[in-house]
Design a protein. Structure first.
Length: 53
């Protein structure tokens, strides 16, 4: 399962969308718990910055 997750993630990274729509991650992205939205937003910002470098 991890291999297919990584493969789909790498495929999604080849595009130019602002988020990577990997289905296994979507459930976590859309269901952040209390106080987790700031974490998710911060992680997105960090990953965007590191991928752009």
């Amino acid at each position: 399962m991890a291999t297919s997750f990584v493969a789909r993630t790498m495929e999604a990274l080849r595009g130019d969308t602002p988020e990577v729509p990997v289905e296994e991650a979507r459930v976590h992205r859309e269901n952040a718990g209390p106080e987790e939205h700031a974490f998710v937003d911060g992680l997105n910002t960090l990953m965007t910055a590191s991928l752009a470098a």
